[in-house]
Design a protein. Sequence first.
Length: 747
Amino acid sequence: MEHVNLVYEGFDPAAEGLREALCTLGNGYVATRGAAPESAADGVHYPGTYFAGCYDRLTSTVAGREVENEDLVNCPNWLPLTFCTPGQDWLTLAGGHVLEHRQDLDTRQGVLTRRTRFRDPIGRVLAVTQRRLVSMHDQHVAALETTFVAENWSGSLEVRASLDGRVTNSGVARYRDLDGRHLVPVAEGYDEDEGVAWLQVRTATSQIRIAQAMRVVADGPPTRTAFERTAGEPAVRLWLDLVEGEPRRVEKRVAMYTSQDRAISESLDAARRHAARIPSFDELLAEHARAWERLWRTSEVVVPGESQLAVNLYVFHLLQTLSEHTAELDVGMPARGLHGEAYRGHVFWDELFVFPFLLQRLPRVARSLLMYRWRRLPEARRAASDAGYQGAMYPWQSGSDGRDETQRMHLNPASGRWLEDRTDLQRHVGIAVAHNVWQYYRATGDLAFLQVHGIEMLVEIARFWCSLATYDAAADRYDIRGVVGPDEYHVSYPDAERHGIDNNAYTNVMVTRVLRYALDALAVLPERERAAVLSRLGLTRQETDLFDHVSRRTRVAFHGDGVISQFEGYDRLAELDWPAYRSRYGDIRRLDRILEAEGDSSNRYQASKQADVLMLVFLLGESGVCEALASLGYELDPAALDRTVDYYLARTSHGSTLSAVVHSWVLASRDRSASWRFFREALDSDIADVQGGTTAEGIHLGAMAGAVDLAERCYPGRAVSGDEWDRRPTQAVTAVPAAVFRDEGEG
């Protein structure tokens, strides 16, 4: 099948942020946004390079309060390469006269090609063609090849290549009141014998030392060069003698290391030694292309029609963020990839949507993401203990060490006000961890992992939920109070003094599944290993009996004619005038921001940001939801489930890209046409930036994976039903039959 590239024609300043995010190149260890090499952060462009797991913590004063935030650090920019014709300023997309501009992202080989024709103020035309890669073969190497052609003149062209360690975290407008100065210069220099220029910086608080070293090599006749030292930015200048119509090529080969890397003596030493022996761009490309060929061999999803471009792009970005290199790192999955600074690079629950893709193709990577959680189990235990609970309480937002990184204040761009943020009460992130542990075991049969690591997470998460639940002896029911569900619009009851809501249906039902996972995991262990686990965890018969009882007697609220209540009292909230708000504002995805700007609150309304109750159908399947409720003593017939779906469909603003994924999945067996509309929205989520500017700040990795999963498993009928995992391995290209899409107007 012909692989469709992502191509942009012309320079559009308003769209540049989106293009830079979608043209990011990476290898799971490091990624670099698709900014033009001659550009700087200027409100149009935003170069960014991010190492997986490279975080730093700073304190800022916001609205009179000290706020501490840990960010995924924007690391030194290895790209800078500027050029100018004799006697003129540096040529740039924004500042020069651009005759032609084209970007071409080859997702098959992981190469970004850029071709631009500039005309300088006195009429000289310079054609610039650049190819870049971030090596999937050698995770420490990136390279930029630039070919210059003087079209109507001959003469000297000045070229300046540098490594820029003066960058800051400033890529998200609403974070700019926060301190983003994470990098401190350490050293820079030039080894004339090796032709290697180098830079080392450290992060301000976490003290991670980041080193980059480059060789700049020009073809053709000998070239005059000079080294330029500036604090935080070493540079090499070259003067090329161009002859009209004859191409001249410059290669910038870069090695990158951090002090977090294994098997090195020191990051700068490693980078300098590596840079000196990096082969030519063509040799790098050949190895890089072979690595990508191996990945596509087991990862390609072929769909009919125009959907192919988005599917290719989304698989590409999944593989760039979570590659085989990731399996060797102690990192989680940033919800916005390694593509920008949105959500500060934190780890949420989004791997829940990515695991189906990984389990079929890259189970070692799925295991490594679970190991990230296991290594932070002690911190989750401390968090639970500090809050007065038992077991492990995983944080809604995680970064370097597993402490809760959820912001305590956030800026509403619609009102300009900084507001208290209590989304840290989304304790359901622990449910996602447990669900992923169990799905990993079900898909791989990795009993060794379950015995040594998985069972410990399952038991400690189960302990947490049992200690959070309160027992109503009169009703023989357990209540879970003071939490926030996936919806996020409801962090308290209207005018209530305490935060959180009670008996969130998604949380409560999934807690019962987590408890069953823990008990089932114990049951599959051989007797001798089970006894060792019980002893190691101090798990008593009294506790396992409690797990069992809570799993069968947790309360779920209903209202009306059998509709599952999103939480207790949801039906008593005010109804929103949806037509009026759509008429007044058009796009109401972020209804919470609109209401706050009006002096109102989403807490008051039956209005959800994204799928909440319907997440149960997404994860467990219809039969799984009915079985889970039946095990609790509740009967839910198919008609009541249909009413539940319709009820929330009418009351959801879809303020998260994940919402379209879930609704498309849930509606696939009910209303194929409506499901298809949501599928198209999921496919468009990033490639068309459906949220109006958020993709420029970082892709939505969960939504990308969810869209691919819809095409690959939901529509063709390869979905999970309850705990039943489709174990058919993907050993070759997955081809979705045209008939699956034909009824929806594709093919």
